[in-house]
Write a protein that binds this ligand. Structure first.
Ligand code: FAD
Length: 472
């Protein structure tokens, strides 16, 4: 049939993957149409993910730091939390960024079409716009439709006291007693926010540890701190039933055989946050009409150039595979746009860093020790305890560890894991080191400013070289 619009490159979804791909494609001379179901650009990351969570975590950090300065002889009164003010500030941060994106799209003549899109053939996409259905013909397409919250069947989803990460970021109220189902990155970041704002938080996790992808020695300082602050942490435990009662949501727990700390009696909570993972949106875009393969988990498989099984259709970001991270999406986006423009490029990152912006932060890249052991990858390691860092002590936060893993033969860095204040920022040096093929000496001989936390990867490298033998 006749198309209502046409373009060189169609991008489906305006998250970090989609807007980056659209802008890069336009900069490379393509006529681009960007389709997004919501009025605001930026996807999960800007609207209900990375950015709002970090805005609230910043407030949480200020509150807990102020509270903890009492140990250092500086006392503040109890903070007064005006949640409308805090929410308004967070919304302002989002608006600046999403409004900026709209301006960037306009400047590049990227046409934004609002509405839910689905393929209608290998070269057309149909969008349900507020003005009716529109068909867009394209030469190439980049699918960047992201992911959605995973749900546990049978929970009372119509009850406003049961929320997901989006609901948690809306900051409707500060519950007295809160249950967080899922001890992964998103659950623990939100737990950190609500704990700082005054909720009594319980975290329940099905696996035998929090943040299962990170090494246990790295998670330990976080676990120790939150065990002190929170009401409870139940590991190897699942919530088998959640019932709406007038006084709250009633949760029934079931612990794994022998693990034993889950409460035998059902517990009432004022609010329950479900954070048990995210599912790719592969099944929501009528991929079959374009002949694009979607796997059993809902991901769209791609090659190293982000190409699907249909050569002129690409997929990037959360929808094409793990890890579901914004910086993976933006890097894949540039590759897809450049491949379409005829550049000889591929996505070939040596490592994609992961960060939990909890307090303390947990950050890792390359191989973890757990992974090295499981896969039989030869490694040596050194772990520098922050109790020996002057800066960490001066900040009153020596509960950190900086760990390096290297290849025993070449001494090249193959992994790093850091726990501590600002671990996410500190990790960047190790990511660059790995991409550059740096070895222990490269890190150890680079002059780092004193006293900074950035010295800790250098100290770990010095430990590895036997230069630091006792920790002074
Ligand atoms: P998305 O951001 O999901 O964007 C997809 C877009 O496509 C959406 O705007 C959606 O509305 C649109 N769309 C989907 N289907 C259609 C359709 N049929 N028609 C039209 N439009 C459609 N990652 C980090 O790296 N760092 C963090 O700190 C971080 N924090 C997070 C915190 C939370 C609470 C959450 C939920 C996620 C967080 N993430 C973080 C993950 C990050 O948000 C995602 O990895 C990232 O947004 C993925 O980008 P994307 O472009 O693939 O997809």
């Amino acid at each position: 049939g006749q198309a209502d619009m046409e373009c060189d490159t169609l991008v489906l979804g305006a998250g970090p993957g989609g807007y980056t791909a659209a802008f890069r494609a336009a900069d490379l001379g393509q006529k681009v149409i960007l389709v997004e179901r919501y009025p605001s650009l930026g996807g999960v990351c800007l609207n209900v993910g990375c950015i709002p969570s970090k805005a609230l975590l910043h407030a949480a950090k200020v509150v807990t730091e102020a509270e903890e300065m009492a140990h250092a002889g500086v006392k503040f009164g109890k903070p007064e939390i005006d949640i409308d003010g805090l929410r308004g500030w967070k919304e302002g941060v989002i608006k600046k960024l999403t409004g900026g994106l709209a301006g960037l799209a306009k400047a590049r003549k990227v046409q934004v079409v609002q509405g839910k899109g689905g393929f209608s053939s290998p070269n057309t996409l149909t969008v349900e716009t507020p003005e009716g259905s529109k068909t867009i013909a394209f030469r190439n397409a980049i699918v960047a439709a992201g992911s959605s919250v995973a749900k546990i069947p049978g929970f009372p989803y119509d009850d406003p006291r049961l929320i997901d990460s989006t609901g948690a970021l809306e900051l409707r109220q500060i519950p007295k007693r809160m249950l967080v189902v899922g001890g992964g990155i998103i659950g623990l970041e939100m737990a950190c926010v609500y704990d700082a704002l005054g909720s009594r938080v319980t975290v329940v996790e099905f696996a035998d540890g929090l943040i299962p992808a990170a090494d246990r020695d790295i998670v330990k300082p976080l676990q120790k701190r939150i065990e002190k602050r929170y009401e409870a942490i139940y590991l190897k435990t699942k919530v088998t039933k959640l019932e709406a009662r007038s006084e709250g949501l009633l949760a029934t727990f079931e612990g794994a055989e022998g693990s034993g700390n889950a409460p035998a009696e059902p517990q009432l909570y004022d609010m329950v946050l479900l954070a048990v993972g995210r599912r790719p949106n592969g099944r929501e875009i009528a991929a079959d009409k374009a002949g694009v393969v979607v796997n059993e988990r809902g991901f769209i498989p791609v090659d190293s150039q982000q190409r699907t099984n249909v050569p002129h259709i690409f997929a990037i970001g959360d929808i094409c595979g793990d890890p579901m991270l914004a910086h993976k999406a933006t890097n894949e986006a540039k590759v897809a746009a450049e491949v379409i423009a005829g550049h000889k490029v591929a996505f070939d990152a040596m490592t994609i860093p992961s960060v939990a912006y909890t307090d303390p932060e947990i950050a890792w890249m390359g191989v973890t020790e757990t992974e090295a052991k499981a896969k039989g990858i030869p490694y040596e390691k050194a772990a520098f305890p922050w109790a020996a860092s002057g800066r960490a002590l001066a900040m009153g936060r020596d509960d950190g560890v900086t760990k390096l893993l290297w290849d025993p033969e070449t001494k090249r860095i193959i992994g790093a894991s850091i726990v501590g204040v600002n671990a996410g920022e500190l990790l960047a040096e190790t990511v660059l080191a790995m991409e550059m093929g740096a070895d222990l000496e490269d890190l150890a001989l680079t002059v780092h400013a004193h006293p900074t936390l950035s010295e800790t990867p250098m100290f770990a490298a010095e430990m590895g070289l036997g230069i630091i033998t006792d920790l002074y």
